[in-house]
Ligand binder design. Structure first.
Ligand code: 2DT
Ligand code: MG
Length: 208
């Protein structure tokens, strides 16, 4: 039987370098002969993802509950593919997951963390969540946010507080205030360790 791949998630606020680091990890893993694939949520390429994309680009408005459920549906629609890749030995490097789903919606008025978690209960549980953090000074040195919905400081601060409340045993907080290359080296060695540790374990279910 082949060893399964790992499910490794990257979380953190906008501008923390998740996408850059995920892509560098894939390149390095492949160069070292591992099977690895980059996934990103929201996946804007599906029908549900296109709706989310219009919402984020402010070209349509949706009820806050409805958009929350669409983000979750956008993960569930990927689950069959994700599980089969993992079972065939491919490690998934995932750029945002259900934790972003909860942290962003719960930053809105009138939403509890508990309500926000419900639709994602039972998704595959990541073997590790790397949470990339930046102080607000370090963040402001990286230049401004973009123009999408949520890309504003007051929202990002609330999101960061929510991420702190979601941390559990599988989280590792990583200070992202270092050069791209230094951060990459640190993450690559951590990722290799997670792959080694998780290959004989069964994949868990999130928040169960
Ligand atoms: P990117 O900038 O990474 O493309 O994200 N978001 C994301 C949510 O509100 N809920 C979710 O479930 C996910 C995965 C975070 C686009 C924005 O979408 C937010 C930023
Ligand atoms: Mg963004």
């Amino acid at each position: 039987m082949i060893d399964r791949g790992s499910l490794i998630v990257f979380e953190g606020c906008d501008r923390s370098g998740k996408t850059t680091q995920c892509n560098k990890l894939i390149t390095q893993l492949e160069a070292d002969g591992h099977k690895a694939k980059y996934l990103k949520f929201p996946d804007r390429t599906t029908k549900i993802g296109q709706l989310i994309n219009s919402y984020l680009g402010q070209s349509c408005d949706l009820d806050d509950h409805a958009i929350h459920l669409l983000y979750s549906a956008n993960r569930w629609e990927a689950i069959h593919t994700m599980k089969s890749l993992i079972n065939q030995g491919t490690t998934l490097i995932v750029d945002r997951y259900a934790y972003s789903g909860v942290a962003y919606t719960a930053a809105k008025e009138g939403f509890t963390l508990d309500w926000c978690k419900q639709p994602d209960i039972g998704l595959p549980q990541p073997d590790k969540v790397f949470y990339l953090t930046l102080s607000s000074e370090a963040l402001s040195r990286r230049g401004g946010f973009g123009d999408e919905r949520y890309e504003k400081k007051d929202i990002q601060d609330k999101v960061a507080q929510n991420f702190q409340k979601l941390k559990d045993g599988d989280w590792e907080e990583i200070d992202a205030d270092k050069s791209v290359e230094d951060l990459h080296r640190e993450l690559y060695s951590r990722v290799k360790q997670v792959m080694e540790d998780s290959k004989k374990k069964a994949l868990g279910k999130l928040w169960t």
